[in-house]
Design a protein around this ligand. Structure first.
Ligand SMILES: Nc1ncnc2c1ncn2[C@@H]1O[C@H](COP(=O)(O)OP(=O)(O)OP(=O)(O)O)[C@@H](O)[C@H]1O
Ligand SMILES: [Mg+2]
Length: 313
């Protein structure tokens, strides 16, 4: 029996979650855990099962096997379904708003469904629409809105009942760069309030900027980690040095160093390093000692794109 005032932690857990549609396996043996206040991003090619994963976790489709829990409540368990619904918000991949209602009325309708008292609804809607920069358009019919504006209303709608776990399926897919930034800032604000966020995205830069951890899905979860961990898993750090001229003595001096991998491209030299602070001065000293002149020294780190391509190819 939970203590009085006890609130479950807004966690998301998947344990060997699997979904088959007939012969087709859309999500296979998916296991992961998202902690309170964490932003977890799911990347993966078209058809990888990202939307299906969100639909499983938000109780919209039944699981074939495996289990999932939101805040400790079991997805698919009838007794827990209502508790889960109150705890989660969903921004689906298609907005599905009432086109012949105004933005405000769309949100108010959802607030009523969740039985939020009128004053709370009004305050929540005003706050959300202002945060997303669409308060001025609140009384216009959603049917007249651009795709980006509709997307913002769908995001606000997902938050009207003040859920502690938010699922967003490609929330910035239709947004211009400025609107996408507004939405990213909005998501970070929700995180700072201790909410837990699950985000499907094709935007690697976005995942890199806001996700605490990222999973790459290809029906199965092929890898998961912080952006830095994933990047380090591709190749370590590299140093690139641009010389005025890559003379033969300079090349010989560099080749004589105990370096793992050295690639020359014209006057540019790229070296795999494990400890740049220790190795870079040695490399530069060897170059200068052989009469070479250095124009630039910079560090190259693998990008999330390198990680993504490694795992999805
Ligand atoms: N209701 C359904 N009935 C049959 N097959 C389905 C159904 N929903 C999804 N699928 C299939 O499951 C697979 C995963 O689809 P899903 O929509 O989850 O991929 P996704 O990763 O979200 O792709 P995208 O990046 O294009 O949004 C696809 O092969 C899709 O055709
Ligand atoms: Mg999808």
């Amino acid at each position: 029996m939970p203590r009085l005032g006890w609130r479950p932690r807004p966690t998301i857990e998947a344990d060997h979650l699997t979904k088959r549609f007939g012969e087709l396996t859309a999500v296979d043996d998916l296991s992961f855990r998202v902690e309170e206040g964490e932003i977890f991003g799911l990347l993966g090619p078209n058809g990888a099962g990202k939307t299906t994963a969100v639909r499983l976790l938000t109780c919209l489709v039944s699981t074939t096997s495996g289990t999932a829990r939101i805040g400790g409540y079991e997805v698919g368990n009838g007794a827990d379904a209502m508790r889960i619904r109150r705890m989660i918000g969903l921004v689906p991949d298609n907005v599905g708003l009432y086109e012949d209602l105004s933005a405000y009325r769309n949100l108010d309708f959802y607030g009523r469904l969740y039985e939020r008292p009128e004053r709370e609804r009004r305050e929540a809607i005003e706050r959300l629409l202002k945060m997303l920069g669409v308060w001025a358009q609140r009384d216009l019919l959603v049917g007249t809105f651009s795709k980006g504006m509709k997307q913002k209303i769908a995001i606000a709608r997902a938050m009207v009942h003040d859920p502690r776990v938010l699922f967003l399926d490609e929330p910035t897919a239709n947004l211009d760069p400025e609107a996408a930034k507004t939405v990213r800032d909005f998501i970070l604000e929700l995180k700072s309030e201790g909410r837990t966020i699950f985000l499907n995205t094709h935007n690697l830069d976005e995942a890199q900027r806001i996700c605490d951890r990222i999973g790459i899905l290809r029906t199965r979860l092929v890898t998961v980690g912080t952006p830095a961990e994933l990047e380090d898993s591709v190749w370590g750090q590299k140093t690139t040095i641009l010389l005025v001229e890559a003379t033969e003595p300079v090349r010989r001096a560099v080749e004589s160093l105990p370096l793992r991998k050295v690639v020359w491209e014209g006057n540019r030299l790229t070296v795999d390093v494990t400890d740049a602070a220790r190795e870079n001065p040695t490399i530069v000293a060897a170059i200068v000692g052989a009469g070479g002149r250095v124009q630039f020294v910079s560090s190259l780190r693998p990008t999330l794109e390198d990680v993504y391509l490694k795992y999805v190819r």
